[in-house]
Design a protein around this ligand. Structure first.
Ligand code: NAD
Length: 519
């Protein structure tokens, strides 16, 4: 029999520091509103990216634990799907308030486990919180009714699917679980959440708050681990839908195996977001916007602007981009002065440094080299300084691969048409931005560019939760039919039932059967 344990001290005591933890506690799983110590035989060590000190061990959930999580969610679905929308809404109001009260605590867990700066981690929480806030308004978004002819009406009902699952990436430990939890549960589903095995702390705090807000046991259960847990989710017959955010390698596999098993799958994948800079733009705004979007979160955002397409004379501005980037401070995420923290792991650091080396070998110009940067206080962290690479050509590895680090690659073209063509030829199509003062240029760009999210003088145009997170090309599986949050998010998590009814006074009922389609 599983027994309840406490959350690790790193999430309850709100440490706000990179100090070594004396005896790092294990991360429990979450079942029926209780934290439970796993009986796992395999554990994944989680290290603070700023120091590489051990923070916690994350279990590879056992088969029995995975089955128990699904059985509990199946049982909870029977009653949760019958709870009135207004009662679910009351729970969501409380959840929203609790997330706001625990904002700093959530952000501290993110900085400790993921590495991003504390200020940026607060943004991670906020963008998820906004999805929860918007989900409280779901009462006005569920179903439609129309009187289709006299005495006849058609209405649609949005019914929950059953047990659904979410598989999350490491780069937004609060936001991405919160893309799923509010929409899945408010529509009446129960949810199996698998946070990234690299930073589950924020998701665990979100579970403590979910129980406190009044979610009944089993409505949200958390399991842990890597590929074996994902494979279990992909094959579990009672899981009806899967939400995935992460890399193309994992996501394409998850999309095809999940779909082949008859499940709905939404999968947001990798990116290589291009910024097009026109000579008529507000230069100061454009350069600052690009720097923030390229190097914020150490470039580990799916909406990072990692490619700059300099049009015409703006190629002369690249050295200024490098000069300004040099001013950004790399430091432990809890340090006030930090503009960017470390990358997630020593392997990620090695891979990113390898891509920088390949650019040098292939003939690009390294204008600013972040390799070897480490703040004095954190000699063992996975730090890379801002890196700016100029004279990049489309065949180079630094252009073709998603780098997912603080590296900005710059290419030169002569016209806006060439910039659009280059961006459209790139396999990814998550987001893009154009910097210009010209309405016609912006309008041309917006209509011809093949990207899910377009910013006009806006570097990271992530849609707020009343819209939906749209992607294009290789950045989203299944051609982008299923997108997260907003109305499409509600559609993803529900089955639409359409009921047509006919109410006519008894004396008006026809006496003979009609066998033809009504004309
Ligand atoms: P990842 O694909 O390595 O991991 C994501 C999830 O998949 C994790 O929960 C992990 O356990 C699981 N996983 C990993 N490999 C697997 C395998 N072989 N089989 C089964 N499951 C597997 O991604 P990550 O490194 O955590 O996140 C970074 C990636 O996510 C980047 O490519 C980034 O662009 C992308 N991302 C995309 C969006 C978006 O909305 N488009 C948002 C955030 C991140």
């Amino acid at each position: 029999q599983a027994s309840a344990v406490a959350l690790p001290s790193t999430t309850t005591d709100f440490p706000h520091s990179h100090e070594k933890i004396a005896s790092p506690p294990d991360t429990p799983y979450f079942l029926d509103n209780q934290f439970v110590q796993s009986q796992a035989s395999q554990w994944i060590e989680l290290h603070d990216p700023a120091t590489n000190n051990l923070v916690t061990r994350v279990p590879q959930s056992t088969d029995a634990e995975l089955k128990a999580a699904v059985a509990s969610a199946e049982k909870a679905f029977k009653s949760w799907s019958k709870v009135t929308l207004l009662s679910r809404q009351q729970i969501m109001f409380k959840y929203v308030a609790l997330i706001r009260q625990n904002w700093d605590r959530l952000a501290a867990s993110i900085t400790l486990e993921q590495g991003k700066t504390f200020a940026d981690a607060k943004g991670d929480v906020l963008r998820g919180l906004q999805v929860a806030e918007t989900a409280t308004g779901i009462t006005s978004m569920m179903g439609e009714v129309l009187e289709v002819s006299k005495d006849m009406e058609t209405r649609t009902y949005k019914e929950p699917l059953g047990v659904v699952a979410a598989i999350c990436p490491f780069n937004f430990p609060a936001m991405i679980p919160l893309w799923c939890i509010p929409v899945a549960t408010m529509t009446g589903n129960t949810l199996i959440l698998k946070p990234s095995e690299r930073d589950p702390g924020a998701a665990m705090i979100l579970m403590e708050l979910a129980a406190e807000a009044g979610f009944p046991p089993g409505v949200i259960n958390v399991v842990h681990g890597a590929a074996p847990t994902v494979n279990f989710i992909l094959d579990a017959p009672s899981i009806k839908a899967i939400s995935f955010v992460g890399s193309n390698k994992a996501g394409e596999y998850i999309f095809s195996r999940g779909s082949a098993n008859g499940k709905r799958v939404q999968a947001n994948l990798g990116a290589k977001n291009h910024a097009t800079v026109l000579p008529d733009c507000n230069k100061n705004h454009a350069l600052n916007a690009i720097l923030g979007a390229a190097f914020g979160a150490a470039g580990q955002r799916c909406m990072a602007l990692s490619v700059c397409v300099m049009v015409g004379e703006t190629k002369e501005w690249v050295s200024e981009i490098a000069e300004r980037a040099k001013e950004l401070k790399v430091n432990g995420g809890f340090e006030e002065s930090a503009d960017l923290g470390p990358v997630i792991s020593p392997e990620a650091k090695r891979r990113i440094e390898d891509v920088i080396a390949s650019a040098e070998k292939e003939g690009a110009t390294i204008l600013l080299d972040g390799r070897g940067a480490h703040p004095e206080k954190y000699p063992n962290g996975n730090f890379i300084g801002p890196t700016v690479i100029a004279n990049v050509k489309p065949h180079m590895r630094c252009y073709t691969e998603e780098i997912f680090g603080p590296v900005l690659v710059c290419l030169n073209v002569d016209t806006i048409d060439e910039a659009i063509e280059m961006s459209n030829n790139n396999e990814y199509g998550n987001g893009t931005a154009i910097f210009t003062r010209s309405g016609p240029s912006a309008s041309k760009y917006q209509s011809e560019i093949e990207a899910g999210q377009v910013g006009i003088n806006v570097p990271i145009p992530v849609p707020l939760p009343m819209f939906s997170f749209t992607g294009n090309k290789a950045s989203i599986a299944g051609g982008g039919a299923n997108t997260f949050y907003g109305k499409p998010g509600i559609n993803f998590y529900t089955q639409t039932k359409t009921v047509t009814s006919h109410w006519r006074s008894e004396d008006a009922v026809a006496t003979k059967a009609s066998v033809n389609m009504p004309t």
